[in-house]
Design a protein around this ligand. Structure first.
Ligand code: AKG
Length: 455
């Protein structure tokens, strides 16, 4: 049951609400201005207030990457691998209009809006992965290839931006480069990457690597024709949104988010100039400066195969939303998820630490606690909750969706459940010899958390 996963709202969320309310009060009935490419000042606004948004339009991306990624989207859809998520916003449950699948490093998870998604692993050396169909394997391979392409593009883009921060230098080569950089962003918003790293000031390599090594991608799909009740964008009057205003959560600080966008083009219509503002037939990414009503918003159209990068701290300083067009669209959003508490090795390590307090041998029919120290018992209780609420319930609540793609999580989840069961016994009867035999022990206290949830 969903109610078993209830969580109190944090102070941060209440503060956010207060800020949002203040903003809406200031705004009253009026709407804020925003610019699109057909507005004067669009490129200037981009360059001055949204400079960490970089668009790489489709022509700059290798054809084989386009072909394989677009085929991958089709294959994942054919095998019904994408699902709408049940998320919690301000204590209420919502089903996302977009359908999603998380693909990434084996054993990684990503939590957004209180829902933890588990990666369908992409192929990495050292891991044996059984996919439920060769076409799913092919799709995952295409996405790790895209991931690598976007990582390289991101490093280049970051290097370019570091160059522009060295303004005022005497170095003539750098000055020359600066003049190039200072030129207005091109029509496409794509500043041409300088492939020669020779004059690029040194970045802190370790840091750069950490902030650009995407460890997973969250894929989104939506067909707007099947979603008649999309929310209207509330501040600027930008029209229907597929994804509301947000910052991406749980990412490594100052890490880039890279997005590949794919949607069929709308056939040209004569009504093109009939609307003001953004073209409602075309998908856009929209950006605004967080908690700022003075700077106009920016709506950037996205055509088949375009990519955009939100560099460095842009995901923190700005919010973004996705404005729906008319055609179905896929996107692949590559992220450096902050996984210090989100990987399988992490949670197994936690469980093993808790089970250290267990003494004896289940096979011999007797287990007891080594220590009854209150701190130790509390620690076990914490881990017991963590494995139950952050892992097992999250996993089982999402049903059998992962099995559509792979059996990768089945065995680890069985192990976690077994650990949970032992901790449950430790908690219930802390000072008794509480398991009489392996099979009896297994069933004595009865139920795994997934069963509790479905009751
Ligand atoms: O599809 C996109 O362009 C971005 C989607 C997004 O913002 C998200 O998944 O958090």
């Amino acid at each position: 049951m969903i109610t078993t996963m209830k969580r109190r709202r944090g102070r941060g969320e209440n503060e956010k609400d207060a800020k949002k309310q203040k903003l809406l009060n200031e705004l009253g009935q009026s709407q804020l201005p925003y610019l699109t490419p057909k507005d004067d000042g669009f490129h200037q606004l981009w360059k001055t207030k949204y400079s960490k948004l970089v668009l790489r339009n489709a022509e700059t991306i290798p054809q084989d990457v386009h072909r394989e990624v677009q085929e991958a989207f089709g294959l994942l859809q054919k095998h019904a691998c994408l699902f709408q998520d049940l998320v919690r916003i301000k204590g209420k449950d919502f089903v996302t209009p977009v359908s999603r699948i998380l693909i990434g490093n084996p054993g990684y998870t990503y939590k957004y809006l209180n829902t933890r998604l588990f990666t369908v692993p992409w192929p990495v050396e050292g891991y044996e992965i059984n996919y439920s169909h060769p076409e799913i394997s092919k799709a995952c391979e295409a996405l790790i290839k895209l991931n690598e392409h976007l990582r390289r593009e991101t490093v280049l883009a970051l290097q370019e931006q570091n160059l522009s921060e060295t303004k005022g230098t005497e170095d003539s080569v750098v000055t020359e480069k600066l003049q190039e950089e200072a030129a207005p962003v091109t029509e496409s918003g794509c500043a041409s990457p300088d492939q020669s790293a020779a004059h690029v000031p040194k970045n802190d390599c370790a840091d750069l690597k950490e902030r650009t090594s995407y460890n997973l991608t969250l894929l989104n799909y939506m067909d707007p024709q099947r979603m008649p009740f999309l929310k209207q964008e509330p501040y600027f009057g930008m029209g229907k949104m597929a994804v509301s205003w947000h910052h991406d959560e749980n990412l490594v600080e100052r890490s880039t988010v890279a997005v590949y966008s794919s949607c069929r083009e709308e056939p040209d219509s004569h009504e093109k100039e009939a609307w003001c503002g953004r073209d409602p037939a075309v998908w856009h990414v929209a950006l605004k400066v967080a908690w700022d009503i003075k700077t106009p918003g920016l709506a950037v159209p996205l055509y088949q195969g375009d990519c955009y990068l939100m560099l460095d701290d842009m995901n923190m300083t700005h919010q973004h939303c996705v404005l729906a067009g008319h055609q179905p669209r896929f996107s692949s959003t590559h992220r450096v998820a902050e996984c210090s508490q989100g990987t399988l090795p992490y949670i197994l390590g936690r469980c093993n630490a808790a089970l250290e307090n267990l003494h004896g041998d289940a096979a011999l029919g007797c287990l007891a606690l080594k220590s009854l120290d209150i701190g130790t018992i509390k620690g076990v209780e914490e881990i017991h909750n963590e494995v139950e609420f952050e892992w097992l319930r999250q996993f089982w609540f999402q049903g059998k969706r992962y099995q559509k793609c792979t059996d990768w999580w089945d065995q680890p989840m069985a192990v976690l459940e077994e650990h949970w069961r032992k901790m449950e016994l430790m908690r219930r009867k802390p000072n008794q010899c509480f398991i009489r035999g392996p099979d009896e022990g297994k069933h004595a206290e009865g139920k795994g958390p997934h069963r509790l949830m479905t009751e």
